[in-house]
Design a protein around this ligand. Structure first.
Ligand code: R5P
Length: 317
């Protein structure tokens, strides 16, 4: 196969292992890039590989330092434009600022939309991302976007187990649709928690549980875990309502603040996450199991490169 008919993969510095794994699965080397950070904290990016007129994919997730990672993504995209790249797709396993998706009080920035504008201005002609906090972020883009899901990947890792879940629990009404997808794939009923967040303190309070969890092994699902408040308080509620045991499956392991301390003290048997975000060393724990999404991302990139549809790779229906 001619080299110039293959996709080019450029990885930012946020998730080196995912970059290597996706490149290996695509059968391409990672495009060499030189990053220089100056004493004034400015960043210089030099694309050292051949990208002129090529189909380029920039893999970069959002993780701490989040703002620096975003700026690096923008500079990478702009450097690719200078280097004469053909189509450029930003591959963002965890979308930056995806929780800032609406006007939740007067005078705020809908920052996810600002990020969308910045990505396109910097040179992204297409976006590939996973499990957005709110699907309406899709509409912030005027360029093609593929919004895929890791739910089938997470379900496949659960279905084969002896202790497979007997009920799926959504952490709030907003999560009920995705939780329903988990439940349908696993062939078990769904229960939904009515959770209320009263201020900006990131403290969520579960009020009521709709559905039956008594005597069942419960699987709490959510798009992300940050401080752990949502999942851990849901776990306690589910056990209070008589569940036999409780574990959780979450796509994005943001794992911020003192979440590990809380997790270790919680009744949660296991937390299954994907590797859309690299785990900090202090978050490596027997209770956290990481499911690899490199095959899903590589497959999706391969299909976009060949102009194929993605629906059967990771359908959101
Ligand atoms: C909220 O609507 C999301 O689906 C997650 O429940 C939330 O982002 C998790 O945050 P935390 O772990 O801080 O409760």
């Amino acid at each position: 196969m001619r080299e110039d008919s293959l996709p080019v993969l450029v990885a930012g510095t946020t998730h080196p292992s995912l970059g290597r794994d996706v490149a290996a699965r695509l059968g391409v080397p990672l495009c060499p890039v030189r990053f220089t950070r100056f004493s004034n904290e400015n960043l210089k990016v030099v694309i050292e590989g051949a990208v002129r007129d090529r189909d380029v994919f920039v893999l970069q997730t959002s993780c701490p330092p989040v703002n620096e990672s975003l700026m690096e993504t923008l500079i990478l995209l702009d450097a690719l434009r200078t280097a004469g790249a053909g189509r450029v797709t930003a591959v963002l396993p965890y979308f930056p600022y995806s929780r800032s998706d609406k006007l939740d009080e007067p005078g705020v920035s809908i920052t996810a939309r600002l990020v969308a504008d910045l990505l396109v201005s910097a040179g992204a002609g297409r976006i590939l991302t996973l499990d957005l906090h709110a699907p309406q972020i899709h509409g912030f883009f005027r360029v093609p976007m593929d919004h895929i899901t890791a739910i089938p990947t997470l379900c496949a890792s659960l279905a084969t187990e002896a202790s497979a879940p007997r009920v799926v629990v959504a952490t709030d009404i907003g999560e009920a649709k995705d939780a329903g997808r988990f439940a349908a794939r696993l062939g078990v009923p769904l229960a939904v928690i009515d959770k209320r967040r009263t201020d900006d303190s990131e403290h969520a309070v579960p009020h009521t549980l709709v559905g039956d969890v008594a005597g069942r092994h419960a699987l709490i699902v959510d798009d992300e875990i940050a401080t752990g408040g949502t999942i851990l308080e849901a776990a306690e509620m589910v056990l209070r309502m008589g569940a036999a045991s409780v574990e959780a499956a979450v796509v994005h392991p943001v794992l911020s603040g003192n979440v590990m301390q809380r997790l270790r003290a919680s009744p949660l048997r296991r937390l299954r996450v994907t590797n859309t975000i690299p785990l900090r060393p202090e978050c490596v724990d027997d209770r956290i199991e990481v499911v690899d999404i490199a095959p899903l991302i590589a497959d999706s990139i391969g299909r976009i490169h060949k102009g194929e549809r993605l629906d059967d790779v990771a359908s959101r229906r």
